[in-house]
Ligand binder design. Sequence first.
Ligand code: PEP
Length: 251
Amino acid sequence: MRPTMVAGNWKMNGLSADAVHLTQAILSAGLEQLRPEVVLFPPFTLLHAVSQEAKGTALRWGGQNLFWEANGAYTGEISGAMLRDMGCRYVLIGHSERRQIFAESDDLVAHKVKAALTSGLIPVVCVGESAAEREQGTTEQVLQRQVEAILPLLNRESNQPNLIIAYEPIWAIGTGLSASPEQAQTVHAFIRNLIAGYSSQLAKKIILLYGGSVKGNNAAALFNQDDIDGALVGGASLIAGEFIQICRAAE
Ligand code: PEP
């Protein structure tokens, strides 16, 4: 059985008191003792608050983005070294909001993935098609392009994958319209198969998360699918009770 993970992407939400409250709620539910790794992705400004609450526990945290240089004249940017300094183990890269609003291309995503790996972070790389691409029947083409951009960065020398992929259909993000378990499974199997073409060993072990309107009441059915190893949760990760329910469904 592959390891599983449930990650919460808080996006641009929350102030210090919210971060303390949410992290404490998760810890008091004993979630960090569950088999799936529970990871929080707060905004940069809340990484310190989360780390103060979660240090010494099995709960992990990460950044929602990074810049590829380690330091220098890049006003407003945050580097992998800075995230490591905040105790981050993970970093989200290529979230559809970054691809769409900030025009992040596949090349740029790959560049960031490389920087994350160099900094000793585990990238959680988001991929996914838009509603129009699905309607046009180009879902597989889009995913192939996005996955192939990062495939060469998977380390074939190791039998432990150095990155995680989150399949997040854009039409399912924040819409309340999750992909059905079967739809998600079909795409996850497609992605795993693409990776198998590169390394069958890594394909078996890589963690493939599903993201897009995961809630307490649909998580278990998604987690029951063969190729879904966990979830990247947006909106529901801001509601302690809902996030706790999702984590328990992954047990
Ligand atoms: C996300 O933004 O990564 C996400 C999956 O959002 P939501 O769960 O709100 O659809």
